[in-house]
Structures are given as structure tokens and as C-alpha cells.
Design a binder for this molecule. Sequence first.
Ligand SMILES: NC(=O)C1=CN([C@@H]2O[C@H](COP(=O)(O)OP(=O)(O)OC[C@H]3O[C@@H](n4cnc5c(N)ncnc54)[C@H](OP(=O)(O)O)[C@@H]3O)[C@@H](O)[C@H]2O)C=CC1
Ligand SMILES: O=C(O)CCC(=O)C(=O)O
Length: 527
Amino acid sequence: MPITGENLIGAAARRGEGESFRAVEAATGNSLEPAFASATPADVERACALAAEAFDSYRETSLEDRARFLEAVADAIVAIGDELIVRCMAESGLPRARLEGERGRTVGQLKMFAGVVRDGGFLEARIDPAQPERKPLPRPDLRLRQIAVGPVAVFGASNFPLAFSVAGGDTASALAAGCPVVAKAHPAHPGTSELVGRAVQQAVKQCGLPEGVFSLLLDAGIAVGQALVADSRIAAVGFTGSRRGGVALMQAAAARAVPVPVYAEMSSINPVVLLPAALESRGRDIGRAFVGSLTLGSGQFCTNPGLILAVDGPGLDGFVEAASAALGDIQAATMLTPGIHKAYCAGVAALEANPAVITLARGLAGGTHQGQAALFSTTADAFLADHTLAEEVFGAASLVVRCPDLATIRAVLERLEGQLTAALHLDEADHDAARALLPVLERRVGRILVNGFGTGVEVGHAMVHGGPYPATSDGRTTSVGSLAIHRFLRPVSYQDLPEALLPAALKDANPLKLWRREDGKAVAPGA
Ligand SMILES: NC(=O)C1=CN([C@@H]2O[C@H](COP(=O)(O)OP(=O)(O)OC[C@H]3O[C@@H](n4cnc5c(N)ncnc54)[C@H](OP(=O)(O)O)[C@@H]3O)[C@@H](O)[C@H]2O)C=CC1
Ligand SMILES: O=C(O)CCC(=O)C(=O)O
């Protein structure tokens, strides 16, 4: 499939008339062909108009048709073949095996949402039958279902060019909910974005859906994204990226005459707590495993373990020795963009220059665009006194905080901002200590895990990839897993509607064969 550098607006491919830009080969910094042209305000207008036009028809597609569409998107992505992987490797600097895995995750995610749509449980159908004889007042017939919120703007993330980008989790969950999507390509991987965008466009056509169900817009800067979020037809926004970018979009959405929600996944340092018995029995093993997680994908995961908390002593010394030795052998790896590499180097330099911080180890030095892993340590007092030590350094850098006791670990956790994940390394003898930390962890993070690390999010039904601000803009939800669909739904009640006017999900005969909550009780289809 040739990459043309065009915007995909509904069924059309249109060369933008805005600023021209090229993708950059991550490993060399060289420009790649072809030139991409930024969308104009007229392109944004057209994409939003088509999305609004498609909305009522798309949101009422049958569950089966919508599920087939999601499967068609997945199949079309696979059908692009190796061209997608090769282009994505060049643009992102990520290795083949990682990107093949990420493609599998992207396709699996679309298929999971197809299953969610077929199941129909997300409609949350509820029926409170009328009670005309009720005293002192009769009860009306009340029925509830979830409907799609409207067209969704999706910002592709730089660090997961497939699974969190044009047809990633935000797009899959929005389309599953019945929302048209206007995607904004990340300028770090525009060619990858176009290939995937064309696959979605092809699936829209193949499934006979209105063309406005999907558009893809390009931009060299932020004007298109700003215009998209400001457009009155956009009903919600999905974003993964920097805190600065996420907050800017939240502000743009809040400044609208009709504000809309922005679901932004932003920054997280993902504390890892090493409890005493585990440290004593296997601190060295944990140290080696930690380095594996820290340096995965050059550390460019929002789930990266950026903070280690433990009680000072020989167990922690063993962890630090093993982690430092393992880190010293880690090859530097190409980072996603020169900008991200520069930000990483600046973050590491700031830690190195901080008088309260000791550099424990550095990975092997590399080429111009490669990130060199880094491990630092500090004391709990210093950490608590300097809020900059708790800021995300996006890349393979982590800070060990030596604490005098468990109470101090708890105090440090209490002071942290919201996080995506927290990991506890524990043996059975640590259960009491862990139990004491769980309430604070539940308040601070979206996912608590034991004897592992948060990198590599499972796409499933019980996953929360979210957390209190600034991990995300709304800690009540998730951007990965089937629950993500609820970001793009809202409940509507139907009071005393005649059977003929009720949506299928709420008709007496239950034609969609849904589990429904009738008079407060879960009722199986056919029961
Ligand atoms: N926690 C996480 O999961 C991640 C964090 N990051 C952090 O973000 C830094 C930069 O990486 P990057 O991926 O470029 O993330 P950004 O947040 O800078 O950009 C993400 C997307 O949002 C757009 N955008 C950014 N700011 C605005 C704005 N004010 N108005 C409208 N659109 C906007 C960008 O457009 P454009 O690029 O054209 O400006 C891009 O398409 C990294 O160094 C890292 O610190 C990055 C990826 C994931
Ligand atoms: O760890 C993962 O699998 C996902 C990480 C993520 O969401 C991110 O880095 O943006």
C-alpha cells in the first residue's frame, strides 16, 4: 500500500494544504519519504461534519454488524503485512519483535471489543416496570440503556505506534461504543498512521458504514489537535502522552461553550515497594528482573518502574548491587524521537546534578539518538524535601529511595501523586506490612500488582490502566481493557415509552437476548 502523505477524511484521501513535514527515521534522524501535509481548518471541519452526520446511523448499527466491523478493521491491519512493521520500525526505532507483538495486541484488542459488542452487556439494560396501583403514587415504566456519547477525537501516542495509536485502545473502545472517530496522527509515525488509517477506512467501506465513522488528520504542530478538541461536534477525547499535552487538551475542552471530557493518560513513575522478607530472601533476583522491566522498549513505557522504595539494609544492598551490575551491561537503545531523547538526557542530567542523588549505575553508552539507562539513589528525607525527584523521566531511568522503616515508605507513598501502577515485592512474612500499605495504594494508583512489574499491560476485562491525576485526567476509568468502552457511553432513561418506540435493548421481548436488570434483579435472556 503506497504511503501518500494525505489526510483521510471519510472515504476520501485529500492532500492537506497546511505545513508540510516528513517522518524522521528514529535511528539516524534522517527524513523519510514522502512529505506529509498538515490538515487545514477546512479539513477539520469536514471530518467533524462527516462524523456528526454518521453518528445517529452508526450508533444504531446492530451489535453483530458493529462487531463485524471491528473484526474487519483487525483483519485489514493484518493484511497490510510486513510493510506496516518495516515502516513502523523506521519511524519509531522499536525492534521488529516488539512491533509484531504490538500488532498482535492491537488486533486482539479490536477482536476483544467485537466480543464485548456482541455480548451487549455494555448497554446495561435496566427495566423498572410500571406499578400503576402503587400508593400513594403510581410508578412509571422506566427503562435505561447506555448510548454512545458522539464523535470522539483520538490522539495517537508516540510510544505505542500501533496499540495506543490510530486503531489502538481509544479508537477500538470508541468505535465499539458506537462513536465515530476523528484520529489525529502522531507526527512521530505519520506513515504508520496512514497505513493503519487506510485499513480502517477500507473496513468502513467494506462494511457499508457511513464514511464519517472514521477520519485521520495530520499535523506538523498542535493547531489541528486544538481545533479538533474545540469543535462542538466532538463529544469526548482520548489521549496518551505528556502531562503538558494532556493538560492543554483538558483546558481546551473545558473552555468550550459545551465542555467535554478528555480521557488523558499522562505521567506516572509507578512505585515499586520491596518488602523486607522478600528483599532478604531474593533481593538480587528482584534486582535483575527490575532491570529487565526498566529497560524494556528503552524505558519508554508509562508503566516503567521509575521509583523503588525499600527499608535500608543488607537486603536492599543486594538488590542494588545486582541491579547495578545488570544495568551496566544494558546496551543503549534508540529512542522514539530526537525530542524524547533530549528530554530523557535532560531528566537524567538533572538527577546527576542533584547533590542529594547518587548515581548507582549507567548502562552502556550509545549513538546520537540512543538512551543510556540510569539508576540513582537518594534518601527518604531528600525525596520528601524535593518534589522534582518525583517527576517522570520518560526513559530507562529509576530512583531508589532508601527509607529508615516501613512507616517512612508509607509516608512517601502518601505524598506521591496519582499513579498508574504500584508493585509490591513480598514473601508470606511480608503480608502484614503489605496489608498496611494497601489502603494508601488503593487511593493512589489504578493497578496494584505483586511480585512483578507494571510494564506489559494485559488487555482484558479486569484490567485498569488508569489512576488518579496526573496518571490520568479521570481516575474513574481505564484506557485499556473492556471497561474502557464506558468512557464513551452515557445512560438515557425512557419513561412510559410505548413498546413500538423503545430501542431493541429495552423491548419486552428482549430481541437482543441481553442480560437485563429487571426491577433491580439480574435476569438472564429467556428467563
Ligand atoms: N506517560 C506516557 O504514557 C507518555 C509520556 N510521554 C511524555 O511526553 C513527552 C513527549 O512525547 P510525545 O509523545 O510527543 O507527547 P506529547 O504529549 O507532546 O504529544 C502527544 C500528542 O498530542 C499532541 N499535543 C501535544 N500538546 C498539544 C497541545 N497543547 N494541543 C494540541 N495537541 C497537542 C501532539 O502533537 P505534536 O506532536 O504535533 O505536538 C501529539 O500528537 C515524552 O518525552 C514523555 O515525557 C510520551 C508518551 C507516553
Ligand atoms: O505497559 C504497557 O503495556 C502499556 C504502557 C502504556 O500504556 C504506555 O506506555 O503508554
